[in-house]
Design a protein around this ligand. Sequence first.
Ligand code: FE
Length: 231
Amino acid sequence: MNIEAFFKLSYGLYIIATKNKDKLNAYIANTAFQVTAQPPQIAISCSKDNYTCGMIQSSKIFSISVLNQEAKSETIGLFGYKSGRDINKFENISYTTATTGAPIVKEDSIAWFDCRVNNMIDVGSHIVFIATIEDSDLLENKPPLTYAHYHEVKKGLAPKNAPTYIDEKVLNQSKSESTTKKYKCLACGYIYDPDLGDEENGIPPGTEFEGLPEDWLCPTCGSTKDMFDPI
Ligand code: FE
């Protein structure tokens, strides 16, 4: 099996948010797909380890916000690489609600769906939630962030709970070794490669990790330099 084939499947990146009793939480998913048009139904696949998963199982409501291509690494870092068990992700995030009452995040988003679960399928490590879309709207006319763009341009890797997670050790077995020293973000798995730099943030190729400005942040999740370890 060639695991790089999995990167050729196309996905978007979405903020999935829910409310259970008084608790709000959200995470980042790359699996959200419309399953029927009439009635409009959509499905998501959520890791059982995800704090949000148990919340949706009991609240049976969630929203999906479609991230735009320029979504900030801080937004992806907050929702994608931190757990609602440890922090309140909504502390500094404004949101709205529609029919179901699930919080709808507008930050870095171009469209949203308000959903009510009508079926849950246990697929082992994950629960697939199938939901009726009760409301939706457009926010901005920008291109959506695709998982391919996130992986290839933003150098983001799927966190361990994602259905599309790929073990880096397996991936790296098929890649040649470089002589320059790479550093890995412990929060999100992003790898800083001096040969590539971080051109999106003004860091030219050939810049060693030690030469990065002290206020440089992980382009994927917004973590500071002290979150990086040499690999
Ligand atoms: Fe990171």
